[in-house]
Design a protein around this ligand. Structure first.
Ligand code: XIL
Length: 567
């Protein structure tokens, strides 16, 4: 096997192609197919913070990450670095070499990630996949091995790098080795990260820093081995006559069948994407449009994930419901920082809403402008958000008016949980809606979340009680939607439980079907494989709350909805 050390010393920018060529002299005389695949010639325009140019890719750090729930400023943020999901997908079969040349401005850092298995992002936690990340700084390189849930392992090597640096990662005979400027600096066993199958690429740097990738390529190191690179293509599916969406379109056209959608599975799991496009005619980005995901730094937006969902929806003739503009959660630190002075909170909220709604004007039909404004189980407004702290309850009007200015045709909603039945909280929501309408504030609808549980000691919301409560909102002239239904079985998926879940789903769907003011019946995801009810600590702890199982196979609840729609 050829060694990974270059055989001759050449100027850094020139030596890699030559070295790669020399590597092959020993094993094969003339290659009939190009051995090296240029990964920069694929699409890099759909990656947050990445700007392709003549010189290569400019990578700007956006500091994307997840703020922990019940945040106190001391707890660490979980990084969610951008992944190129709409560009090259490298299919690995055998030994492989990735090579890159980059420019690193003084004091700036770079990272490259090779994902054998993608993570699953929620917005409070993340299940890590399998990946190798190379963090490169002028004085060190750190290799980080992520092997599923749990802390990654790291190895570091001190270096003294110049502005131009070439870095490669090889997997050969079960070992990963890293070469910097032609010298092998680290090597360790591959715990299976670059096993046969697709590998996705990620690029990132520290917020406020940048670097340039001048070249990035991949090649096989096996005589018989083969590397292929394909370009991601969005799935387009043809709904069948008995799909949920077609049944609704044909029998109950006032109700859209919706679901929350996660970007990573949408772009990497074609079965997930096909099921989605077959059965649903409305999507809600589960996390991609939340503040911390779409607006991670002042005046810096990360639209890529949300764009992908909107593009997918258009390709498959689905409506998009945007989520969530003014909310007290999923806020980046630059917004919640009590010391922040630069921009008044009111201006931040207005600029955020105008920018996000404006970008999707005409493409996102409706928005959760106000999300979860009330205390969890009480009739008082939540006071613990920066919006309330700065503006009191007027933030609600400010937000709705900003959204309306940015897209006068979009339908604007307040969305909350525990308001399905008549209670203190739904009474307060009713009074709020009534007074906003009386003041002429642009409010068009109410979303009832319907996150439910099947437990012996718990009585889920009753369909008739829901219907009776909703009527008073309809009488105000509002439209209504079920916005986030899931029915957590807490991992007990016995046939009886699945049956009860199915009956319950059906009983709730019947409310919109028989009530013209309902615009949508939307669930909070559709496949248990990626459900937000999973435990972050254990990918197999499913929650089992959705209508397709973790293999994307329909559950009794799916058939119950199908039957109800067919009637
Ligand atoms: C949830 C997401 O599904 C999770 O991925 C995330 O970790 C937390 O938020 N009400 C809402 C949604 O309005 O935004 C929440 O979504 C579920 C409750």
């Amino acid at each position: 096997m050829p060694s990974l050390r270059p055989l001759v010393r050449l100027p850094r920018s020139a030596w890699w192609p030559v070295a790669a060529h020399l590597l092959w002299l020993g094993s094969e005389s003339v290659a009939s197919e190009p051995r090296q695949h240029d990964l920069l010639k694929y699409d890099w325009t759909h990656v947050a913070g990445v700007y392709p140019s003549e010189r290569g890719l400019r990578i700007e750090g956006l500091g994307l990450g997840l703020i922990p729930p019940q945040d106190d400023a001391g707890s660490p943020v979980t990084p969610t670095p951008p992944i190129n999901l709409r560009g090259p997908v490298v299919q690995v079969h055998g030994d492989i070499l990735f090579s890159s040349a980059m420019q690193l401005p003084r004091g700036h850092r770079a990272s490259l990630t090779f994902y054998g298995d993608l993570p699953l992002n929620q917005d409070e936690w993340r299940q890590e996949g399998h990946a190798v990340t190379l963090h490169i700084a002028e004085n060190a390189i750190i290799a980080e091995l992520q092997q599923g849930i749990g802390e990654p392992t790291r190895q570091a090597r001190k270096l003294d790098l110049e502005r131009n640096v070439s870095v490669s990662l090889a997997r050969q005979r079960g070992r990963l080795s890293i070469t910097v400027d032609g010298e092998q600096v680290m090597s360790f066993d591959d715990p299976g990260i670059l096993d046969p199958g697709p590998v996705y690429l990620g690029v990132d740097t520290v917020a406020g820093e940048y670097f340039i990738i001048e070249s990035l390529s991949v090649e096989s190191l096996d005589k018989e081995g083969k590397v292929t690179v394909t370009s991601h293509e969005m799935v387009r599916a043809e709904p069948t006559a008995t799909s949920l969406r077609r049944l609704a379109e044909n029998h109950h056209p006032h109700v859209r069948i919706g679901t929350a959608v996660s970007t990573i599975p949408l772009l990497s799991d074609s079965e997930y994407a096909r099921t989605l496009a077959t059965h649903f005619n409305m999507v809600t980005p589960e996390n991609a449009m939340k503040f911390q995901a779409i607006h991670p730094r002042p005046a810096h937006y990360a639209f890529a994930d949300a764009d992908a969902i909107v593009d997918f929806a258009e390709l498959n003739e689905m409506a998009v419901h945007g989520h969530a503009l003014a909310w007290g959660e999923a806020l980046p630190r630059w917004v919640t920082d009590p010391e922040r002075e630069a921009q008044p909170t009111r201006d931040i909220l207005i600029e955020h809403i105008e920018t996000v709604v404006g970008r999707y004007r005409g493409r996102v039909a409706s928005w959760d402008v106000i999300n979860e404004p009330f205390e969890p189980f009480a009739g008082e407004l939540r006071t613990d958000s920066p919006w309330y702290r700065a503006m009191g309850d007027t933030y609600i009007t400010v937000a709705l008016e900003a959204a309306h200015r940015a897209d006068p045709d979009a339908r604007l909603y307040i969305n909350d949980f525990a308001c399905e039945e008549r209670n203190e909280k739904s009474d307060a929501l009713y009074r709020l809606a009534r007074s906003l309408l009386a003041e002429g504030v642009p409010l068009h609808g109410i979303g009832f979340q319907l996150h439910e549980d099947m437990r012996d000691d718990y009585r889920p919301v009753n369909a008739q009680a829901f219907q009776e409560n909703v009527q008073r909102f309809i009488d105000l002239g509002l439209e209504v939607r079920i916005s986030e239904m899931d029915v957590n079985l807490h991992d007990d998926d016995s046939p009886e439980r699945l049956r009860a879940q199915a009956d319950y789903y059906r009983s709730m769907l019947e409310v919109p079907l028989t009530t013209p003011a309902f615009t949508a019946f939307s669930m909070w995801g559709f496949s248990d494989r990626y459900s937000s009810l999973q435990g972050w600590w254990d990918a197999d702890d499913l929650g089992n709350g959705l209508i397709f199982d973790s293999e994307h196979a329909p559950k009794p609840a799916f058939h119950a909805l199908q039957n109800a729609l067919a009637e």
